[in-house]
Write a protein that binds this ligand. Structure first.
Ligand SMILES: [Fe+2]
Length: 424
């Protein structure tokens, strides 16, 4: 069933080789026959079984946890939640040398985990063009400002890659090549303000045949140009690095491991390794927060260097961990902690099947500790807010005070450490 050898490689196949420089330069690479042609029909059939299964769940419950949100314009299946042994080839495909293996090449390390696997589908009624966007948002609980994320990636390499692999020919996606390396230009902003759902003057269409794939860095400016009723089945994956020079943004797994029992022994072993990597990262995150709680600059610097080995960009890692601490703190509030799981997840901006992942980290700390972490991060959080609300097309859905584009001015790692170690 799996077709994997003992090292997770497909039996008898010639792996795809990529040029990581091209990914860094353009922000995306198109790869042909990511799904080996002889496997296309088998995967189409299995995914269709899963679509039917999920449709039945949605018919009963639009908030069924098999989907992180039933989105009428683009139904999305968290397909691992509806597999069985007969359809486990869908998940096993995410461990293939052409997907996981190529992602390892792109990220420059074998220590790569699968963060997310979903199937994007066509809507039942025509929706038309969606908004141009980058897959990052910059609010009180999310991400560092875009230029910070980009500088970190340019200094230390990408921390994650995202994939679209259509099971039927697909040309819905357009991108602005190279935009993952920079902020929007004034011209792009003007065009986006004029019409955020229209073709930009410098964009390129991503035309894929069934089984091809596009691997991209998801800060790239991109556009779902037309959600029509044409049959659309996109395997949408995100892999995250645990062995690189930076701390990847949005790195926590968006799946619960219950489904792993349906996989082959080889597939199970790969997922167990993913969980081990995530556990090790959580140990490091805990050490980082403990150093901050203890107001111990030396332990703090050591913990930070393990999470973000690259010298440049460490403040970005601190910002990301300040956001994570804020989400943990929200979970500890009694009015949230006592809610049923689904409501708890939505109260803190998590997805139903990733809330337990955040809770397992949060359990390492008491409520007073997460409150104290909030105080330690407060001076940084203040520096991440502007005096007035602002709006940047493609980055935010509504105006916010949180800086979308730039890291704080005249505030570096030493300033952050001084902001809490002096208070000792
Ligand atoms: Fe997107």
């Amino acid at each position: 069933m799996s077709g994997l050898d003992s090292r997770g490689r497909p039996n008898g196949a010639h792996p795809i080789q990529i040029n990581p420089e091209q990914l860094l330069d353009d922000g995306y690479v198109i790869l042909r026959n990511v799904v080996p042609p002889e496997r296309l029909n088998e995967l189409r059939a299995s995914f269709e079984t899963l679509v039917d299964r999920q449709q039945a769940n949605w018919a009963r419950d639009r908030d069924d946890p098999g989907c992180f949100a039933y989105v009428a314009k683009q139904p999305r299946l968290a397909f691992q939640t509806v597999i069985d042994a007969a359809t486990a080839n869908t998940v096993e495909f995410c461990l293939h040398e052409n997907t996981l293996g190529v992602s390892r090449q792109a990220l420059g390390t074998r220590d790569v985990g699968l963060k997310q696997m979903i199937l994007l589908c066509n809507p039942e009624t025509p929706y038309g063009p969606d908004l141009w966007h980058r897959d990052v948002s910059h609010g009180p609980t999310n991400n560092a400002p875009l230029a910070g994320l980009q500088a970190d990636m340019l200094s230390n390499g990408p921390g994650s890659v995202q994939w679209n692999i259509p099971l039927y020919d697909d040309d819905v996606l357009w991108v602005v090549p190279g935009s993952h390396r920079r902020l929007n230009t004034p011209r792009e902003n003007q065009e986006l303000l004029n019409d955020p759902r229209a073709k930009l003057s410098n964009c390129t269409q991503v035309s894929l045949k069934a089984g091809d794939g596009v691997m991209y860095i998801n800060t790239i400016l991109h556009w779902p140009s037309n959600y029509s009723t044409r049959l659309r089945r996109i395997i949408h994956l995100r892999y995250t690095s645990f062995g690189g020079q930076l701390f990847p943004y949005g790195s926590r797994f968006l799946w619960e491991p219950d489904f792993v029992r349906h996989l082959s022994p080889e597939g199970q072993a790969v997922f167990h390794r993913f969980l081990e990597l995530a556990q090790l990262e959580d140990d490091r995150i805990e050490a980082f927060y403990r150093a901050l709680l203890d107001q111990d600059p030396e332990a703090f610097r050591q913990a930070l260097a393990l999470l973000h080995p690259g010298d440049t960009g460490r403040l970005v890692c601190v910002v990301l961990l300040s956001k994570l601490a804020r989400r943990m703190g929200a979970l500890k509030r009694p009015e949230v902690a006592n809610l049923p799981e689904r409501e708890r997840a939505s109260a803190v901006g998590e997805q139903t099947f990733s809330i337990r992942n955040l809770e397992s980290l949060a359990r390492r700390f008491t409520g007073s500790e997460t409150k104290l972490l909030g105080q330690r991060f407060a001076p940084l959080d203040a520096r991440l807010q502007l005096e007035t609300e602002h709006f940047v097309p493609s980055l935010a859905s509504k105006p916010t005070r949180y800086a979308q584009e730039h890291m704080p001015d005249r505030f570096d790692l030493d300033d952050f450490i001084a902001s809490w170690s002096n208070a000792a």
